[in-house]
Design a protein. Structure first.
Length: 476
């Protein structure tokens, strides 16, 4: 019996794709600089089917790259070494909402937004809120330890996962649970953010968060990015922790205004969104403290949303930012570096200089409250010389983030995008320990190979499929 037939036996003929045209849809995620075709695309509908596929892959020593909605931005779902792209988007059941324990048990193909929608009747929601939350899956959130604007106050995905059903590389099924017990080794914490290199999470128990009594959202404009960045640090230094603080620069602001026509101030160098939530009495005090710091740092204007509709418009402007930049140029490469909050303005100024050096337009959007930068390098992929400049400038930007005291990723993950930058942060001993931990979970080396941790073979890692980024950076 051949492999293709065996896969069809497991998930059904219509759920195995192998035609080159069909495969091309799965050659990358939303990070489109690195492309690699899978040999097969398999869409299981249950933990049992995932288990059977992995047993088969383990038997034949075939690489498996788990994939959700493909909204990731580090190439985490890109099948670097071909093999099977295991797509979990048929696994969309919300198995239980427990309003008493404030948990949701779900299959990991559920979207981030669908979990909050299902919890709404109980005045609960799932707090992690990446901008792609309407499409991104819980499995992808867990793989990359996703964040979003409101992770400033509520934490990343890892803070909201209480248990998981996982399929190991040999097809065995295990359950990790940190809910009622405190194990000596936090295996669940190790799994969240491992980018599919250790096991595949098929079901998850998620912590739900009560909706706030009151939410108030501020829109403020600044004459320079520096003033805006300093206002962010000043607000946090007062002891106020907003649920979100988001910075949008002038390039992005104007692209959004061209798209939404909502009356944004095109002349401002930076726009800052500040959101407060909690008890009304507390917010009344925090509002005054926030306004004081914003005025002290030369804001040209500030305005609080007066109702839910105005709040929604403000957040639509922020979450439309990267899509709106498509009006400026055909392609954008979105980075994900982290810097100390106190050096936010300095980092953005250094990024602007890198843009000038490489003759590139760079739009800046940031989860400013926790120093998570998302510079977007604007380019046209048909211009190969420009693509090379984009890749080199992107690497310089990440190194700047590290040099000012930050790191390579806040929420997008390492994937294939930043794999060659890992030695800039970690020693060889550090990386070897990481590999040993991964080998415990996946001794066969079939789980999402070529991701996160560089191995001695730098050109295409362990196989013969070098990617564009590898070719440019290592001369393959």
């Amino acid at each position: 019996m051949n492999l293709l037939h065996e896969l069809k036996e497991i998930v059904g003929e219509e759920n195995v794709l192998h035609d080159p045209v069909d495969l091309s849809v799965y050659e990358c995620d939303a990070e489109t600089l690195d492309l690699s075709l899978p040999d097969y695309v398999v869409l299981p509908a249950s933990t049992k089917e995932v288990s059977r596929v992995l047993k088969l892959a383990h038997e034949h020593k075939i690489p498996v790259s788990p994939r959700g909605a493909g909204t990731g931005l580090s190439g985490g779902a890109t099948p670097v070494h071909g093999g099977i792209s295991l797509v979990l988007t048929r696994m969309t059941k919300i198995l239980q909402i427990d309003p008493y324990e404030q948990t949701a048990t779900v299959q990991t193909g559920c979207t981030n937004a669908s979990v909050s929608e299902a919890s709404k009747a109980h005045n609960l929601h799932f707090a992690p809120d990446p901008s792609s939350g309407i499409a991104s899956t819980i499995g992808g959130n867990i793989a990359e330890n996703a964040g979003g604007p409101h992770c400033l106050k509520y934490g990343m995905t890892t803070n909201h996962v209480l248990g998981a059903t996982v399929v190991m590389s040999d097809g065995s099924i295990a359950k990790f649970n940190n809910w009622y017990q405190s194990p000596d080794v936090d295996l669940l914490g190790l799994l969240v953010g491992s980018e599919g290199t250790m096991a595949i999470v098929t079901e998850a128990i998620l912590k739900l968060t009560p909706n706030s009594q009151s939410i108030q959202t501020l829109l403020a404009y600044f004459p320079t990015v520096s003033h805006c960045g300093k206002a962010v640090s000043a607000i946090v230094s007062t002891g106020v922790i907003p649920s979100a603080m988001e910075l949008v620069d002038q390039i992005t602001l104007n692209a959004v205004e061209d798209y939404l026509h909502m009356g944004l101030d095109r002349s401002a160098a930076a726009l800052l969104i500040v959101e407060l939530d909690g008890m009304e009495e507390r917010i009344a005090i925090e509002r005054k403290m926030v306004e004081e710091q914003i005025r002290r740092h030369k804001a040209t204007s500030l305005e609080w949303a007066t109702n839910a509709y105005e709040r929604m418009k403000i957040w639509k402007a922020r979450k439309s930012a990267f899509g709106a930049l498509g009006r400026v140029t055909p392609h954008g490469y979105v980075l994900d570096g982290v810097v100390p909050r106190s050096r936010l303005a300095e980092a953005i100024e250094l990024i602007d200089k890198i843009g000038e050096k490489w003759n590139l337009q760079i739009a800046n959007v940031a989860h400013a409250g926790d120093g998570n930068l998302h510079p977007c390098l604007l380019y046209n992929r048909d211009n190969k010389e420009q693509v090379e400049r984009v890749i080199k400038a992107g690497q310089e930007i990440l190194h700047v983030c590290v040099q000012v005291g930050g790191t390579l990723s806040g929420e997008h993950g390492i994937g294939v995008e930043k794999i060659h930058d890992m030695p800039f942060v970690f020693s060889q001993d550090d990386l070897e320990i990481m590999l040993k931990v991964r080998d415990v979970f996946d001794p066969a080396g079939i789980m999402n190979p070529g991701k996160v941790i560089p191995t001695p073979k730098r050109c295409g890692e362990t196989g013969d499929r070098p990617l564009l980024r590898h070719q440019v950076l290592s001369g393959c």
